[in-house]
Design a binder for this molecule. Structure first.
Ligand code: GMT
Length: 376
């Protein structure tokens, strides 16, 4: 099929997922066109079936806010027409689902039919989307999409609770390309570059927004390092980073915590690590936790949103209430203090990722694309 993918081209999970999906679809013989304002960070042009179309915004002094949705809709119309795309698969409802539905209407006026598949990822529903500022437009875009998917049962329930939804929402979990993580394991993991051989490594990866509670990550680690010789890797960047760095300094653990910034070598970094920390306020799925599990990390997380669907309490890691630093630190210490316990959790975590394998998930999206046409 000929598929257009619209996403945020950044390090955020929805953009990462959309990019991995596009590359996997191209590998299976589909023609995939990314329509975004930058080349997606994880996009490598290993296939001649992958294309990237940049959405360019013309700045005009009258506008306090540049009308990105208009530029995006116009670009979608242009690309669909030129390349005869059959489906526009948009990731993250705001503003992508709205822009895609407008593009669909404009194309219909020209006698061109394209289907819109919207994948809901998280804060497009829970934090931002349901805010009165956006709610009407988000609800409209969801109801007008040909197919709607959510990345977890929890997100589906949140969507049905927060909006007046007239469509079926199908749950399609995020996926993982296990091959990538196995490859890192096979190549020698140069752990010694970051920690002494007797030290454990804990990792946190996020966009350092308040919802990730990065201060809790530092506080949990502070308790852990009192009992277990260890290092903490903080990967990513965002508004809370300076605050997290200040807290590390206040607690006097600068020599134990490394801030690595944004990285497109997440698989390499995770291969060093033993435990992944994700104490989020809300998390519709927790793609970073899944990636960590694939690299053999036990996960210490909160029990919010879709996290219990990914991280199985007592098997792949542990779940705690939001803000319960003591419980999360205790769980991490219990996992880390004994080699055989840690190995068991790591093994379980890796095994559990088979539920989210590319082989399981990709056909679900392909059948959704086909279903749009069968229904028409
Ligand atoms: O909603 C966000 O925080 C942004 C979004 C993203 O683009 O990174 O993250 C959401 O989508 C990810 C991919 O499906 C999920 O793994 C994250 O759990 C989800 N974030 C939240 O729900 C906070």
């Amino acid at each position: 099929m000929k598929i257009g993918i619209v996403c945020y081209p950044t390090f955020g999970g929805s953009g990462v997922m959309a990019t991995e999906l596009g590359m996997a679809l191209a590998d299976k013989g589909h023609e995939v066109h990314f329509i975004t304002y930058n080349q997606p960070v994880r996009l490598d042009f290993i296939s001649h079936r992958l294309h990237f179309h940049e959405v360019v915004i013309e700045e005009y002094p009258l506008f306090q806010y540049q009308p990105y949705e208009l530029a995006l809709s116009s670009k979608m119309v242009e690309v669909v027409e030129k390349h005869q795309l059959e489906v526009l698969h948009v990731h993250y409802a705001i503003p992508h689902a709205y822009a895609a539905n407008m593009a669909k209407k404009m194309l219909l006026d020209k006698g061109i039919h394209v289907k819109v598949v919207t994948t809901l990822h998280g804060t497009d529903i829970t934090l931002v989307g349901s805010h009165p500022t956006y709610k009407t437009a988000v609800e409209f875009s969801i109801n007008k999409s040909d197919e709607v998917t959510a990345v977890s049962n929890s997100l589906k329930e949140d969507t049905l609770r927060l909006f007046n939804i007239e469509k079926d929402i199908r749950v399609v979990y995020n996926f993982i390309d296990g091959e990538k993580y196995n490859k890192e394991k096979e190549e020698e993991c140069k752990r010694g570059a970051l920690a002494n051989h007797d030290e454990r490594i804990l990792t946190h990866i996020s966009n350092f927004r308040p919802v990730k509670r990065t201060d809790d990550v530092i506080k949990i680690f502070y308790e852990v390092q009192k009992e277990i010789p260890s290092k903490l890797l903080m990967v990513g960047d965002g508004p809370e980073r300076i605050k997290a760095e200040n807290l590390v300094n206040e607690l006097g653990i600068e020599d134990r915590v490394l801030f690595l910034g944004n990285s497109d070598e997440v698989a390499k970094i995770l291969c060093f690590s033993d435990v992944f920390l994700l104490p989020s306020e809300t998390e519709s799925f927790g793609l970073a936790a899944l990636e960590a599990m694939a690299a053999g990390n036990a996960v210490i997380s909160t029990n919010t949103g879709g996290l219990p669907e990914v991280n199985i309490h007592g098997k792949t890691g542990f779940l705690s209430n939001i803000g319960d630093i003591h419980d999360m630190a205790t769980n991490a210490i219990n996992v880390l203090k004994d080699d055989s316990v840690l190995d068991k959790f790591k093994q379980n975590a890796m095994e559990h990722t088979s539920v989210f394998s590319l082989d399981n998930i990709l056909p679900q999206y392909e059948s959704i694309y086909k279903k749009c046409y069968i229904k028409a």
